[in-house]
Design a protein around this ligand. Structure first.
Ligand code: SF4
Ligand code: SF4
Length: 346
């Protein structure tokens, strides 16, 4: 793999240079909250942060997105599709857990059903990863085979080291973006490559939280009706926060505005909401919290691996941090492994 190094000062210059040709999306402070936002200047890019409060999925699968606009007049209906991105984008500073989550979303939006709006954004975005040197206590990406210090899902991967960053060039698309400011980069010496690799290894060792998801799907195949779901669901407030902040959750609703002219739009939905599965006639196959909480965990740990052979969790820890009642997916995985669902069913 080709490597380059860049100083911290030159990183800012490179980011400013690429804004001439790309829209730059990066972690920035928005009312004291760290979020991925479009920035016009490198001065607004945050380099020292644990992870963003919301993952980057909003930039591929926006919270609300127009699908097309319509206008009816004189018995004719005109449909105007949403235009593609005006400019290519660089999405800078994505952590390895969130990079992996984008590849999981690819299964959904780039599989049997091809979602043109997602695919346009995906194809025209250069993914720039940034290694975690200090994982948080709630991070457990390693449990899903993700390394905090590297990611094959990025086009470019930056590892922080003394005075700057080592850059792994992992795709032609990434190299093209790097070449917009090629003079800011230099060839690394052997010591710098070694330092970056040691930092990545140390980050992996620094992960404190781990679970073993091996066999969890197979176990869950048998315990759809376990009373365990009755035990854990009452405390859920059905606020939906866990699904909105999760980088792999991808359920959405579609609506049309009313009138002779308007738009069809889609917006994030949540399996934790009462009306998520309510049908037009009023019947709801998931009428209580038990069915909804069970659905959330079975989707991540049973149905998604059934379809795509991978768990739909990347161990980012956001739901552990933000759930107001501490519903903890690592505890649920441990309970499954510990036979708690089986014991509850006896
Ligand atoms: S964040 Fe917690 S309380 Fe809110 S819906 Fe999710 S599990 Fe329930
Ligand atoms: S389930 Fe929780 S830990 Fe897993 S990817 Fe979603 S937010 Fe992150």
């Amino acid at each position: 793999m080709e490597h380059k190094v860049i100083s911290r000062e030159n990183l800012g210059k490179w980011l400013d240079t690429i804004t001439r040709e790309y829209d730059l999306i990066a972690p920035t402070l928005d009312d004291d909250v760290v979020l991925f936002k479009e920035v016009k200047s490198a001065a607004r890019v945050l380099l020292d942060y644990n992870n963003t409060v919301l993952p980057a999925k909003d930039h591929f699968f926006p919270q609300t997105e127009t699908v097309f606009r319509f206008k009816a007049s004189a018995g004719q209906l005109a449909i105007e599709p949403e235009p593609p991105l005006a400019r290519p984008r660089v999405l800078f500073g994505v952590r390895p857990c969130d990079l992996k989550s984008i590849t999981l979303l690819d299964h959904v939006f780039d599989g049997d059903f091809q979602d043109g709006q997602y695919l346009d954004k995906r194809a025209r975005t250069v993914l720039v990863g940034l290694g975690c040197n200090s994982p948080q206590p709630t991070c457990f990406c390693g449990s899903f085979g993700i390394e905090p210090g590297s990611s094959p899902a990025a086009d470019l991967f930056f590892t922080e080291m003394e005075g700057g960053y080592l850059v792994n060039i992992q795709s032609e698309k990434g190299k093209e973006a790097l070449q917009k400011g090629w003079s800011f980069f230099a060839d690394p010496d052997a010591g710098q490559v070694k330092e970056a690799s040691e930092r990545a290894a140390n980050a992996k060792k620094a992960l404190k939280l781990s679970v073993d998801p091996k066999g969890v799907k197979e176990e869950l195949d048998h315990f759809f009706e376990s009373p365990y779901w009755d035990e854990i669901s009452p405390k859920c407030l059905t606020c939906g926060i866990c699904t909105y902040i999760c980088p792999t959750c991808h359920c959405f609703d579609i609506n049309d505005t009313s009138g002779q002219a308007g738009e069809r739009f889609r917006c994030w939905d949540s399996c934790m909401f009462t009306d998520f599965t309510r049908m037009a006639g009023g019947h709801n196959p998931r009428p209580t919290k038990k069915e909804r909480v069970r659905q959330r965990f079975l989707h991540k740990l049973r149905y998604f691996p059934d379809r795509y052979k991978e768990y739909a969790c990347v161990g980012c820890g956001r739901c552990l941090q933000k759930c107001p009642v501490h519903m903890d997916i690592t505890q649920i995985i441990s309970d499954v492994k510990g036979g708690k669902l089986q014991n509850a069913a006896k």
